[in-house]
Ligand binder design. Structure first.
Ligand code: ZN
Length: 655
């Protein structure tokens, strides 16, 4: 199986009405440009979402203005230059094929073939259970027999709900109701996964080493069919930089090679877009230190000519990234906190508590993964259960094992409740009910942590009772009058009125519990009072984190990775700016000066400490199990490398 290092992805959807497709296409010149950029893997369209094929097909519809075997010329040129080629098929969209065979098109639960907006490529999608299914499989096999390929990328394989005459009898056979939308969506998702399994199964008979990825099928639903994962993320389109930082922390726990695909443009079909160097460098270096390989999405113009400005940008980005390869090869993120997300990727982009917890942990430079039930939780020192992680039997067993090993937990809201609405024994509180007052405030009793006043946390609270022996560090306050409309007065102004005896933060030997949805609240307003009090709980539950950053500017983010006898500290200094209503970007690499970092040594004595691209040793000293390092002034990014000879610590050193 090909190991992707530097990839390019070509989006080549072309209207059947476009003239001169491929008229200026020069496979030798194009692949020469790939080589100059150091690219080893390219994904290119065999058949696009318009239903147009770009190779000499006997089964599909070759683009009417294409006079050559464009895909074939590219495939053999790639083979001559030892560049691996992946074939793109759009699994869910194929407009001209749907128009030729109307019974291959999906019928929506409203009974329509076309969907609004009509000018979107998604206004007509395919039915996975129609004869299109066998047609798609046959085309992929036709392609595999004709050309030297290393992989397949199947796009747009989302769960498009269909109630066509092909689907309904199959649904009824499984006891599903075509009139129930949730049944229809579940069936569509299962149909897409089944098609993915069949595509991979057929193609593996041609070559068992093909790479497979199925876009829009959830990562955990392509466990069998796929063998690597791609994270398609244009920050202007896909949830911004926060989402960009979240997904790699999850996908890297699923045990497959991972790729991060950004784009040179702001959105797909943005033929005139060229994003700045700073954004592309940041996105792809962040991906690499998080264990993903870089991929840049591009459009080839229909005539096939080379866009020199785009290649120049790609070449500059990949030259920059390659400098760090010798340090990142074989290196893995070193994580100690598990942010629990039992249902995998769908919750990441849509739920406030996951994004709030993710942001807070990142801001505190804690080293964490986002884990579902697909990954082991065994290696983590701390589990974070944000706001509403209620327990089934499997989660309860995993948490019990974690506690038995003497490790700690931070939980909030209803996290920990079983089906009888009872918290585990180790929780410092008993659950009573949702709070009968709204809004709720909290007041800290921790000396000097934050001001002595009632603070908002912008989310719901729960009434809990401290168990004997639990330490209570903050309590809830209630307003005199609840928020709402009483029929005459809009009760909009609801200041704190009196303290309750209800804990807001309670801590037992192994569990710190907040009785409010603090992570969802942090996602809304990011108030410092929440960051401080959660940080206090984190320090209690994880007193010796692997990385501490001293005198850090607020925009600094620190990540740790390691390989045999070497640890790397990655420091990113930039701020995503939302400059356009539809765009977010990195505009500047920000300066950092006077910074110190402290790396937990695990009892090992460091041999050398240096900047990745520098030669001079850095000033460092050992103190209280930590290696303190004075970081030279830098802008944008710095990687500190610490070599350990793997000998036990002999005492303090200074260099
Ligand atoms: Zn159907």
């Amino acid at each position: 199986m090909h190991q992707i290092k530097y990839a390019l992805f070509y989006d080549f959807h072309t209207s059947p009405n476009h003239p001169g497709v491929g008229s200026k296409f020069d496979a030798e010149a194009l692949t020469e440009r790939f080589l100059q950029c150091g690219v080893d893997y390219v994904t290119f369209h065999a058949r696009c979402n318009m239903g147009m094929a770009y190779y000499n097909t006997k089964l599909g519809i070759k683009h009417p203005s294409l006079e050559k075997d464009l895909f074939g010329e590219l495939a053999f040129a790639c083979q001559r230059k030892n560049i691996a080629l992946g074939a793109y098929f759009n699994g869910g969209l194929s407009r001209m094929e749907a128009l030729l065979h109307p019974d291959w098109a999906r019928i929506s639960p409203e009974g329509k073939i076309y969907q609004e907006p009509l000018d979107s490529p998604f206004s007509m999608t395919m039915c996975y259970n129609s004869p299109y299914r066998e047609h798609l499989k046959a085309m992929t096999l036709e392609l595999a027999e004709l050309y030297p390929l290393k992989g397949f990328f199947f796009d747009c394989m989302g769960p498009f709900p269909c109630v066509c005459p092909h689907c309904v009898p199959l649904m009824q056979k499984e006891g599903l109701e075509p009139g129930k939308l949730q049944d229809v969506i579940s069936f569509a998702a299962a149909s897409a996964s089944k098609l993915a399994d069949e595509l991979a199964c057929g193609l593996r008979k041609v070559n068992p080493d093909y790479l497979f990825y199925f876009n829009d099928i959830e990562f955990e639903n392509q466990k069998k069919a796929g063998n690597y994962l791609e994270f398609e993320c244009l920050p202007s389109k896909s949830g911004g930089y926060l989402y960009m930082q979240a997904v790699p922390r999850y996908m890297r726990t699923l045990g497959k090679p991972c790729v991060h695909m950004t784009g040179r443009f702001h959105s797909w079909s943005d033929f005139g877009g060229l994003r700045n160097l700073e954004s592309l460098k940041y996105e792809l270096l962040f991906a690499m230190v998080n264990g993903l390989r870089p991929n840049i999405g591009d459009h080839l113009l229909p005539e096939g000519s080379i866009n020199e400005a785009v290649f120049s940008r790609i070449e500059e980005v990949y030259s920059y990234l390659r400098q760090y390869d010798r340090f990142l090869e074989g290196s893995q993120p070193q994580t100690e906190v598990a942010l629990i997300n039992p249902n995998g990727k769908p919750r990441l982009g849509n739920t406030a508590e996951m994004l709030g917890a993710m942001r807070m942990l990142s801001e505190l430079s804690l080293q964490f993964d986002i884990v579902s039930k697909e990954a082991s939780w065994d290696k983590y020192k701390l589990l974070l259960l944000p706001d509403n992680i209620e327990f089934d039997q499997e989660i309860a067993q995993r948490v019990a094992k974690h506690l038995t090993e003497g490790k700690c937990i931070i939980a909030s809201g209803t996290s920990g409740l079983d089906e009888k609405r009872i918290f585990p024994e180790a929780w410092p509180v008993r659950f009573m009910s949702a709070a009968k007052f709204d809004p709720a405030y909290f007041q800290s009793q921790i000396p000097g942590l934050i001001e002595d006043m009632p603070f908002s946390f912008y989310e719901k609270a729960y009434e809990v009772k401290a168990k004997p022996g639990a330490e209570v560090y903050a309590q809830l306050l209630r307003p005199a009058i609840n928020f709402g409309w009483n029929g005459i007065i809009p009760e909009y102004y609801n200041p704190p009125y009196e303290k309750t005896n209800l804990p807001f933060l309670a801590i037992s030997r192994q569990v710190a519990y907040f009785s409010g949805r603090v992570f969802a609240g942090y996602h809304k307003k990011a108030p410092y009072q929440l960051s401080r009090i959660v940080e206090y709980a984190l320090k209690r539950m994880l007193p010796k984190p692997s990385l501490k950053i001293l005198q850090a500017p607020s925009y600094l983010q620190g990540l740790v990775s390691s390989r045999a006898n070497q640890t790397q500290v990655h420091l990113f200094a930039c701020i995503p700016e939302k400059r356009g209503s539809e765009s977010e970007s990195i505009e500047a690499e920000l300066p950092v000066s006077g910074l110190q970092v402290a790396l937990h040594t695990g009892g090992r004595r460091p041999e050398t400490v240096f900047l990745a691209l520098g030669k001079e040793p850095l000033h460092s000293w050992l103190e209280d199990e930590y290696l303190y390092i004075k970081v030279p002034d830098f802008s944008g990014f710095a990687m500190i490398v610490v070599d350990f000879p793997d000998l036990p610590c002999q005492g303090s050193i200074a260099t």
